[in-house]
Design a binder for this molecule. Structure first.
Ligand code: 3Y8
Ligand code: NAP
Length: 248
């Protein structure tokens, strides 16, 4: 058995620890989005495969017998490529995917389908807005230059920010409730923009917004292709162990 883990999330990191502890032959794969990704207890590769065909070639050339898609719910490209490449190469695929956050009665959410709708959902009147969506999706907010933005990236911006009034926080997370409350109070945040990533590593800001009674513009998850999905590392380990004992 030789496992390819498509990683880049907290859940993928927990899986890597279990797979390494079980002594399985596995490779952890990062896209290479960040400058210094977290070290893994498995051999690691960094960078794209070159589309679904490139991933299929890698599966054949590296002799992977199983693929675990433990990427982020918004990482739709790689997940689509994994479905195609595993079908093409008849390689078993399972997705390790965390549940979305569910709105509670005390949450003030404006749910939108995408970034453009999130921009449109912001108030006209100038406000203080926390964009907790990484660096890849900031440019569209230039349509609303009247706001004072607080941005949070994993790595330094490496160039001018596309917004006239923006402060940048460089921080990798996982984040804590106390830390998010301090940040929102210190920066007098009035609105938060977030993606429904689910999981625990990103949810502190949602809990802090609820505690402070702040509205959250919540970007709902994109559609992902049909594939076997589980929500726990234990289920992935069972899936791997089960097949290993059948010698698949
Ligand atoms: C490169 C791997 C761990 C894993 C840490 C989780 C928790 C902290 C919360 C906010 C939201 C955001 C962002 C975020 C979180 C964890 C987890 C999580 C959100 C790393 C990582 C990689 C990435 C890629 C990065 C994206 C960006 C998204 C920042 C490593 C740290 C906003 C997701 O600057 C860039 O270009 C990076 C962009 C893709 C989303 C985006 O679309 O812009 N993640 N995040 C992975 C790779 O190269 O394959 O560097 O070690 C993983 C983590 N990010 O326990 O150490 O939930 O997994 N990551 C979002 O929308 O929620 C931050 O600021 O509140
Ligand atoms: P994406 O849009 O789905 O993928 C864009 C391209 O990046 C893919 O087509 C692929 O390139 C490459 N890629 C993505 N993930 C990869 C991986 N694990 N290994 C190798 N190549 C990968 O993905 P994204 O939204 O940019 O996210 C990139 C990475 O950051 C993913 O690993 C994802 O898990 C992680 N991420 C984490 C969080 C979080 O909150 N933890 C949030 C967002 C993203 P090719 O087509 O060349 O193969």
């Amino acid at each position: 058995m030789r496992v390819l883990i498509l990683g880049g999330t907290s859940e993928a990191n927990l899986l890597a620890a279990s797979v390494a502890a079980a002594g399985h032959d596995a490779i952890y794969s990062y896209a290479g989005r960040t400058q210094v990704p977290v070290n893994q207890p498995l051999p690691t590769r960094v960078g794209g495969f070159g589309g679904a065909d490139g991933l299929a070639d890698a599966i054949r050339q590296e002799g992977f017998t199983h693929v675990v898609d433990a990427t982020h719910p918004f990482a739709t490209e790689i997940s689509r490529h994994a479905v195609v490449a595993c079908a093409t190469t008849a390689t078993p695929l399972v997705a390790l995917e965390r549940k979305p956050w569910i709105k509670t009665l005390d949450d003030i959410w404006i749910e939108v389908a995408d970034i453009a709708s999130a921009v449109a959902a912001l108030p006209e009147k100038p406000a203080r807005i926390f964009l907790a969506i990484g660096r890849q999706h900031i440019a569209p907010f230039a349509m609303r230059p009247q706001h004072a933005y607080t941005l949070r990236f994993i790595d330094a911006a490496g160039g001018p920010l596309p917004l006239p009034d923006a402060d940048l926080i460089v921080s990798r997370g996982p984040f804590t409730l106390a830390g998010e409350l301090d940040l929102m109070r210190a920066r007098r945040i009035e609105w938060i923009v977030a993606r429904n990533s689910g999981g625990v590593g990103a949810r502190a800001k949602i809990d802090a917004a609820r505690e402070l009674g702040l509205p959250v513009v919540m970007i709902t998850r994109p559609e992902l292709p049909e594939r076997l999905r589980v929500e726990s590392v234990a289920e992935v380990m069972h899936w791997l162990g089960h097949r290993a004992c059948l010698g698949a």
